[in-house]
Design a protein around this ligand. Structure first.
Ligand SMILES: NC(=O)c1ccc[n+]([C@@H]2O[C@H](COP(=O)([O-])OP(=O)(O)OC[C@H]3O[C@@H](n4cnc5c(N)ncnc54)[C@H](OP(=O)(O)O)[C@@H]3O)[C@@H](O)[C@H]2O)c1
Length: 273
């Protein structure tokens, strides 16, 4: 019976995405491709509604935020941080206690959202990353005043778009660094491998394929086997071998240390701003 209730709760909710830019569009596309939602269950807004790929998929695209919120059970806010609080004031009357409100806006706290809306609502903050466009995001979530079924619903929604973890709101900035900026750090690591690969003989396209697939495979080893990186490294390093020689040279040059310092520098920047 509980399963049937959960299934009913997950189905047929109308979702409004306010701000159909990069992230808002990627979320809508992911929900359609995963069949979490039908096109008729999604409505998206932006001010300039002339061109948008979602329309060709049958999604309603309008420039009236109030109408979108009124018609929907779930609101996903995906505008820029500086646009957020003013926009919230214009839609606050339509955001009622029976709706689920999810903000993916970086750096705007649940307190700020609640103050702008002027009441307690079923409120979530989500921090996805750009891999959401291929349904491989890492999304960190926190919430307040949400019923258990709302929490399950929001988790299952973002689970269709990658992996999900619940965190305290005080870790949202850290989640932005490790999860969202982390994509850029990984890209630099892969790029360096490509450059090294070209120097030892590969053309750029082959080096890119080998570097990207190798990093993907390494990540999958950790995710699927739940092993520690060092356990996997032990399997690749033979005594007096080439792997350990390369790894130790990287460490002598400050590899791990520079990555840790980079993560901390990004965090100090976000914490200060
Ligand atoms: N990109 C990421 O990887 C990522 C990851 C995590 C979090 N975030 C957060 O997600 C948010 C969106 O990022 P983004 O990269 O998708 O930005 P974006 O491409 O600029 O999208 C924002 C969208 O909001 C629309 N918009 C602005 N004012 C509006 C209004 N009053 N009513 C309706 N729509 C409005 C804009 O379209 P018009 O100008 O046509 O209105 C635009 O399409 C940001 O707060 C960002 O911090 C992004």
């Amino acid at each position: 019976m509980q399963n049937i209730n959960l299934k009913n709760n997950l189905m047929n909710k109308k979702i409004a995405i306010i701000g159909a830019g990069n992230l808002g569009t990627a979320i809508a596309e992911g929900l359609l491709k995963s069949k979490f939602s039908k096109a008729s269950e999604i409505i998206v807004t932006r001010r300039n509604i002339s061109v948008n790929p979602l329309r060709t998929m049958g999604v309603e695209l309008i420039n009236n935020n109030n109408a979108a919120v009124r018609k929907s059970d779930v609101i996903i806010l995906a505008v820029k941080p500086f646009q957020t609080l003013e926009l919230l004031k214009t839609i606050q009357k339509e955001i009622t206690a029976n709706k689920i409100f999810i903000s993916v806006v970086t750096g705007i706290t649940m307190n700020e959202i609640e103050n702008a809306v002027g009441k307690k609502i079923s409120l979530f903050r989500a921090m996805p990353n750009t891999a959401i466009s291929i349904r491989e995001s890492m999304t960190c979530l926190c919430h307040r005043h949400a019923k258990e079924e709302d929490v399950e619903y929001v988790h299952s929604l973002f689970s269709k778009l990658g992996k999900v973890v619940s965190i305290d709101e005080k870790l949202m900035e850290a989640a932005t660094i490790l999860g969202a900026c982390g994509t850029a750090y990984a890209m630099r690591y892969i790029r360096a491998n490509i450059q090294g690969g070209i120097e030892i003989g590969f053309d750029a396209a082959t080096a890119s394929l080998i570097a990207a697939q190798t990093v993907k495979g390494a990540a999958e080893l950790l995710l699927l086997k739940k092993s520690h990186p060092e356990q996997e490294i032990d399997k690749v390093t033979t005594p007096k071998g080439c792997t350990i020689a390369g790894l130790n040279e990287m460490e002598h040059r400050g590899f791990s240390s520079s990555l840790i310092r980079g993560v901390v520098a990004s965090y100090q920047k976000i914490a200060k701003d």
